[in-house]
Structure formats: structure tokens, C-alpha cells
Write a new protein. Structure first.
Ligand code: PLP
Length: 344
């Protein structure tokens, strides 16, 4: 296979345009779309395109760990805005109050990594309308938009703008990584006004040249093929979410906001341990459970837990956490065929 066009093969860009029309009710041209090596590269190239040194980008916390780093890497200043702990959903007035003359963009992710929170339509609408009226870019990282529970649908940011694809300030990022469980295929995309896509294309062409043609063909297959697998995966994730919540409820002192989507949750362990990095290391060492410290997501005192394994993995993982942290739980546990006694 030879080099491919740097913005993506025309047929994959067309498949993404069709996906955008079907899922966002928005007719866009192929020139409104760029394909990159995962949503991560798309986001980086987009921030490199939009952000000048000293520009501010507002990011509601908890946020995906890479956002502040990427913003800094392009010379920008991440401005994080806290959300109420009970919901992890930011208040529109708090986000808008963080806007200054240097604000270039608001960047959010809903359903959210790390909390699983889904931002309500009113919030998305308020932010979209504000950004459109003030000429501030709204970057909607939508990569979990199909991983939503209870038969709900994630609010569509493009539904709240009256502007056409060339004059809108709303940019949607998406990928095959989460929707189709194709993380290693590294195919993501942005839907944005043509001049933005053209600059992103220059960056891509000067850095990675193009995406893998093989992987673009696979992504096209996923987008055009049968879609039942997505719903099956969501059903399995929802069962796992329920299992995780049930198991977490057995650990005294742990509180968690019920995730509405994704395959993460962000329980608050601060009543037991305040330092999330220390807790994460403790659980790895003592209980052989991998967690991610909430501190990295702007949520100290919390741990991000994933429930995308089997239901058995989920219940065993949380049972081990309980054994490690709850003095009221049985002193002994079986891990990997061995009996281990708690001696702390
Ligand atoms: N955005 C968010 C919120 C994510 O959680 C991730 C991956 O974990 C990405 C973007 C990156 O996606 P991709 O694997 O398509 O690069």
C-alpha cells in the first residue's frame, strides 16, 4: 500500500460525513472532515491550529488527563473549572464566569472520562449558544457519545447551533476507538469549518504525512457495517456499571456518582484516604488492582475505576479494594490461587 491522502481517504471522509448526518443531523462536506491517528492526534492538531501562545482554554474538571498537557504543549493556558462533587457535571455559569478576553476555546468531554457523567442538554445548549455568540470555539470531545446507558441519547452539540458548517464555532471530535472497541486501530476525526481542517491537514502532512491506509479501511468497515455490536457492548457495559456500583456500595465511606455512560466511574475515597496517588499505589501493591489516581483528572481524593472487563473482573476487583480498605471485611482473601491475609 502506498501513502494515502493526508486528510484521510476520500471514502472514509465520506463515511464520516454520512455518520455526522445520521448521528448529528448535520450535512457536512468531505472538506469539513479530517481523519487522524486517533482522537488524540486530532485533538492535538486542533489545539495546535487554534491556540496561540498565552491563549486560554477552559476545561471543566474532572477532565481527561491529556487535555491540560496538550494545551500547555501548544503554548496555551489550561483554565480548569471545578464541578459539584456529587454530580461531576459543571455549572454553565461557572464555565462562563471563567471566560476572559484571552479565552480561545472551551473543551469538554461528555459522556465523561473519568466520571461517566453525561452533561444535560441544557448545559450543552447554554455553552453552545454562548460560544457561538462570543466567537469562542467549543470543542466537543464526543468519543463516548454512543456509550450511554438506560436507552438515553447523548445531547448533540450541533443540535443547538443555527450556524452553518462554515460559520459555526462548534467542533466535534470523534473516533472509532471507543464506539467500536477499536482503540488500537488509531482512527479519529474532527468535523470543523473548512479553513480549520485545511490547517490541521498542513500540520498532519508535515508530521505524520498520513494515516495507515489499512486501518482507515478497517474504520470505514466499522462505520458502514452492521451496528448491532455497539448496542451489545453498551448493554454489557451497563451490566458491569451496575455490578461495580453494587460492589462499591459495600465499602463503608465510599461515595460515587452513578455514571450515565462510558466505562468509567470516579468514586470518592477521601473519607478513607485523601491522597489518591498513594491510594492507587497501595491498592496495586497490596490487592493487585489497577486504578488511576483522581488527582490526574483534577479530582483528588477519587480513583478512576474502569468496568470494561468482564463482570467477574469487576466484582473481583472491587472486592479486593474492599478487603484492602475495610477493616470490617474478612481478613483473608484468595488472589491468584493464593490465600492472603491482611496484616495492616
Ligand atoms: N478523548 C478522551 C476523553 C479519551 O478518553 C480518549 C481515550 O482514552 C481519547 C480522547 C483518545 O482517543 P483515541 O484512542 O481515539 O486517540
Amino acid at each position: 500500500m502506498k501513502y494515502t491522502p493526508s486528510a484521510g481517504t476520500p471514502s472514509l471522509r465520506k463515511a464520516v460525513a454520512d455518520y455526522t448526518e445520521q448521528n448529528y443531523g448535520r450535512k457536512v462536506a468531505v472538506e469539513n472532515i479530517i481523519i487522524s491517528s486517533g482522537a488524540k492526534q486530532t485533538l492535538y492538531n486542533l489545539l495546535f491550529t487554534l491556540v496561540n501562545p498565552g491563549d486560554e482554554v477552559i476545561v471543566p474538571a474532572p477532565y481527561w488527563v491529556s487535555y491540560p498537557e496538550m494545551i500547555r504543549m501548544v503554548g496555551g493556558i489550561p483554565v480548569t473549572v471545578d464541578s459539584p462533587e456529587e454530580t461531576h457535571i459543571p455549572r454553565a455559569e461557572d464555565l462562563l464566569a471563567a471566560v476572559t478576553p484571552r479565552t480561545k476555546a472551551i473543551l469538554f468531554n461528555s459522556p465523561n472520562n473519568p466520571s461517566g457523567a453525561m452533561y444535560p442538554a441544557e448545559l450543552v445548549e447554554a455553552v453552545v449558544r454562548f460560544c457561538e455568540s462570543r466567537g469562542i470555539w467549543l470543542i466537543a470531545d464526543d468519543i463516548y457519545h454512543k456509550l450511554v446507558f438506560g436507552g438515553a441519547t447523548a445531547p448533540n452539540p450541533l443540535a443547538f447551533t443555527d450556524k452553518d458548517p462554515e460559520s459555526t464555532r462548534v467542533i466535534v471530535i470523534n473516533a472509532v476507538s471507543k464506539i467500536y472497541g477499536m482503540t488500537g486501530f488509531r482512527i479519529g476525526w474532527a468535523v470543523a469549518p473548512k479553513p480549520i481542517i485545511a490547517v490541521m491537514n498542513n500540520i498532519q502532512s508535515a508530521t505524520t504525512s498520513c494515516n495507515s491506509g489499512v486501518l482507515m479501511a478497517a474504520a470505514e468497515g466499522a462505520l458502514k457495517g452492521p451496528q448491532e455490536g455497539v448496542q451489545e457492548m453498551v448493554t454489557a457495559l451497563e451490566t458491569n456499571r451496575n455490578t461495580m456500583l453494587m460492589e462499591l456500595a459495600k465499602i463503608p465511606g465510599v461515595r460515587v456518582a452513578k455514571p450515565q455512560g462510558t466505562f468509567y466511574c470516579l468514586p470518592d475515597f477521601s473519607a478513607l484516604r485523601k491522597d489518591s496517588l498513594a491510594l492507587c499505589n497501595f491498592l496495586l501493591e497490596k490487592a493487585f488492582v489497577v486504578t488511576v489516581p483522581g488527582k490526574e483528572f483534577g479530582a483528588e481524593g477519587h480513583l478512576r475505576l474502569s468496568y470494561c472487563g468482564t463482570a467477574q473482573d469487576v466484582s473481583e476487583g472491587v472486592a479486593r479494594i474492599r478487603w484492602a480498605l475495610d477493616p470490617g471485611s474478612p481478613k483473608e482473601i484468595r488472589i491468584g490461587g493464593k490465600t492472603i491475609a491482611r496484616d495492616w
